[in-house]
Design a protein around this ligand. Sequence first.
Ligand SMILES: Cc1ncc(COP(=O)(O)O)c(C=O)c1O
Length: 480
Amino acid sequence: MIQTITAPAPAPLYVELARSLEQLIEQGTLRPGHRLPSVRRMSLQRDVSISTVLQAYTLLENRGWIEARPQSGYYVRPRLPSNTPEPRMARPMAKPSYVGVKDLTAEVLSIAVDPSYVPFGAACPDHSLFPTKKLARILASVGRNDPALLGRYAMSLAFDPLAREVARRYLQAGCPLSHDELVITIGCTEAINLSLRAITKPGDTVAVETPTYFGFLETLQSLNLRVVEVPTDPRTGICLDATRDAFANNDAKALIVMPSFSNPLGSCMPDAKKEKLYQLLTEFDLPVIEDDVYGDLHFGERRPKPLKAWDTDGRVLLCSSFGKTLAPSLRVGWCAPGRYLERVRRLKFTNTLGTPVVLQKTVSDFLRNGGYDHHLRSIRRAYHHQLHLFAQAILRHFPEGTRLSRPDGGFVLWVEMPAKVDTLQLHREALKQHINTAPGALFSVKDRYRNCLRMNCGLPWTEATDAAVRTLGELAKKQL
Ligand SMILES: Cc1ncc(COP(=O)(O)O)c(C=O)c1O
């Protein structure tokens, strides 16, 4: 048989131009802060049209290489040196453990909302990054146009137009979902809580990544569940061999995982790894709770596919919310519980009856008419930029030997300092300077991560922010 081999189509001109500029930035020919030639000059230099240059600059901007400054031009963004050491992976846990009560978690959370503290400890961007004014206008008009909404219970699983919007967005991300598979919840927190209650009973063991989001540990504690922590690679996510061991040797009954930009590591599992994880879950016939709250905050061009995209038999309970992208205080989240839909539906009913329709309608109106995609593009750029500024300041001010995660999405950094630094002590001392931090101890049930810290980089970069990072670094250096 004769096979015809067709050569791959050449990349469009603007992609070629963007690639060649990326190379110049990577090689250091164009350095951070450097201004790129104006669009007209570049078009003359490279003998391409103005629109090709504009498209190439927009592509580079979306990929986080350059930024446009109003009335000034395009500038190369700061980047982390590629040889910055990354945090080390933890060891597996010998046996499951119950979660102890941590007063520290409540303390960090209560101070997180106190505006007199620098909020390095919260995983919440500054309010200026959310479209609060537009949302406030929509909220007012929802109440004005249909006051009867306030006088009714929200008994259904979901406000239909919102569920359709959420499902449509997952379809775009390569994860077909039907709107009637969704339960709208009070934030992702309720979605996780209901999911755990649907698939476990007290005393069961649940596998989690380590380090993991302390909110999970609090929920597991409140449901009297045991935890087995699974080592997680700071880039590619949960270790599959260790997950297999947790299932085989520790009798884990479920897994909670953040495949796309985990908190606190920022790791993102490649598609092939997600597929293998799904196969492992099938082999052990176990359910998995997928937390996807950071999935929309990718810096690359493509939104990572949720694990749910591989779910052929309904074992993935996908949980998420608009808390990290649109407005944390509207508390609108969702759960796509697969084969556990009926159980989650009943638990939702006993938990909170329903999610306020006024809030669901506000979000769905914003999604339909408020420019959500435009907003997402602008916060992704902002988070990406701020992560780099924070990372550079940390490397400048923190003790020598500090290791840093390099997430491709989200807005938190995981910082590992030399072993002698005690971040609990650092936290106490930083509080005296009105700086709130999230010490590593919060992210594990074991005595781990004593020299680690999660940094919230969703804050505007100002001299005060830089000074607070410097203060933290100086306090840490004093301990050495
Ligand atoms: C991984 C993760 N899941 C869930 C939440 C809570 O989400 P929500 O505010 O929608 O309840 C957070 C908040 O920090 C988080 O980091």
